[in-house]
Ligand binder design. Structure first.
Ligand SMILES: [Zn+2]
Length: 244
């Protein structure tokens, strides 16, 4: 019997995400947007070891959706917190090859988001580790992200960026733990916008020829990232609209 269901479809059925269709944001909900690592080094073709080597549809959609969402937030003067992966050249981030070195284009926002740098509603935070919550910690123990939530009295954060299953997921999981531990008032909900997230693609047939590389099939790992985020208590949505 013919069966055109792919292995990928079968795997996704085993761990369904069941995204909530959509959410509507309005001015009363005290919403903040968190953008994770939408920098050249992860998103712009040819921009270093961790960048796509050719056009990548999932990453392009993520950049477009992030730019659109950021514009909607800034038009309303709603707060935006943007994390930028940025590494010192002498401190490698295992297990990854050198990437997003401070002072290079790799650690800068993608062209479609460069305008964020001059917006008063935007807080930029460079981070030198995978987890943006940890990367927001200062030497004195304070946390720039926690302070941002408190200062802006944010109850809902919408999270977008790259990679769904790595930096986005780590940030979401830690933020939810902090919320549950009552150290992140007044935050109530973490929303992950699926079309505003993407991950990198390293299929198994390519990875097997790269020493030490772990296979990372894009569509499956993106799905796994969303699944894990939902499992930790995030709301995963495929559509975001604004009350007019
Ligand atoms: Zn990094």
């Amino acid at each position: 019997m013919a069966n055109d269901e792919t292995i990928l479809d079968q795997l996704k059925k085993e761990i369904p995400v069941d995204e909530e269709e959509s959410i509507v944001l309005n001015g009363n909900s005290s919403v903040g947007l968190v953008i994770v690592d939408v920098v050249n080094g992860f998103c712009t073709v040819g921009s270093g070891n961790m960048a796509p080597t050719k056009h990548n549809e999932q990453i392009s959609i993520m950049v477009d959706e992030t730019a659109k969402l950021a514009r909607e937030f800034c038009n309303r003067k709603w707060p935006v917190f943007a994390l930028l992966d940025s590494h010192h050249p002498d401190i490698p981030e295992n297990p990854y090859p050198p990437h997003c070195i401070i002072g290079t284009e790799e650690s800068e926002l993608v062209p479609a988001l460069k305008w964020l740098e001059s917006e008063s509603c935007v807080t930029l935070r460079r981070k030198d580790c995978i987890n943006g919550f940890v990367g927001s910690m200062e030497k004195d123990g304070s946390n720039v992200f926690v302070d941002w939530v408190k200062e802006k009295q944010i109850k809902v954060i919408v999270v977008v960026g790259i990679c769904t299953d790595i930096c986005v997921f780590d940030f979401v999981a830690t933020t939810l733990s902090a919320r549950n531990h009552s150290v992140l008032p007044p935050l109530e909900d973490v929303v992950v916008y699926s079309r505003g997230c993407a991950t990198f693609d390293l299929p198994v047939h390519v990875a097997k020829d790269i020493k030490g590389a772990q296979a990372h099939p894009q569509e499956l790992m993106h799905h796994v990232g969303l699944y894990m985020a939902k499992g930790r208590g995030a709301k995963v949505v495929s559509e975001i609209s604004f009350e007019t």
